[in-house]
Design a binder for this molecule. Structure first.
Ligand SMILES: CC(C)(COP(=O)(O)OP(=O)(O)OC[C@H]1O[C@@H](n2cnc3c(N)ncnc32)[C@H](O)[C@@H]1OP(=O)(O)O)[C@@H](O)C(=O)NCCC(=O)NCCS
Length: 158
């Protein structure tokens, strides 16, 4: 599995993968945003921490045999300095349930070792909850409830 930094040339392909998350509105209450990948790559999707910097934000694209499989949108240093935050991860719909998501997490941890890893998963995203649990994200550190939607903050320590 090859991992490369997302570029402006890749925006359209990455946006299609992002939009292949057709269950997004049902599980998060929010539709896919137009130009999400463009904004993220161009300006960085920065967390609400003092001194947040674009240099710690990365959109990483993952290839297998030249096929673009999916991406992770990450920030190194959130919610604390020693944690890598996975803000978003989407596998192209046609490549799901083939072990790629698990391979991507292994690849990411090898690229950024010696950290803890954090995610926020929507409680209605049962596939996501099962996926992250299987990847070892088992330390519940936050619970956010907003109306009928909820987000669990989970960490994995390697
Ligand atoms: C969640 C997601 C990243 C998983 O990627 P994936 O490549 O399909 O996952 P894998 O094939 O590596 O599956 C690993 C484990 O996840 C769980 N899982 C994955 N897809 C599942 C499904 N459709 N139903 C139930 N469990 C599932 C299983 O435990 C699976 O292990 P198993 O095959 O031994 O049963 C992918 O479904 C996706 O991109 N979803 C849309 C976006 C999203 O929800 N992202 C996560 C929130 S940020």
């Amino acid at each position: 599995m090859e991992c490369v930094e997302g570029t402006l040339e890749m925006v359209d392909s990455l946006q299609l993968i992002y939009e292949s998350w057709t269950e997004k509105e049902k599980v998060t209450g929010m539709k896919c945003e137009d130009n999400y990948m463009l904004k993220s790559i161009k300006y960085g999707d920065l967390p609400p921490v003092e001194g947040a910097s674009k240099k710690n934000h990365h959109v990483l694209a993952y290839y297998d045999n030249m096929n673009l499989i999916g991406f992770t949108d990450i920030y190194v240093g959130y919610p604390d300095k020693s944690c890598l935050w996975i803000g978003l991860m989407v596998i192209d719909k046609k490549y799901r349930q083939q072990g790629y998501g698990s391979k991507i997490i292994d690849t990411l941890i090898k690229k950024f070792p010696n950290l803890s890893y954090g995610i926020g998963v929507d409680t209605k995203n049962l596939i996501g909850v099962k996926f992250w649990h299987k990847q070892g994200f088992r330390d519940l550190f936050s619970v956010h409830i907003d109306g009928t939607f909820g987000v669990l903050g989970l960490k994995k320590t390697v």
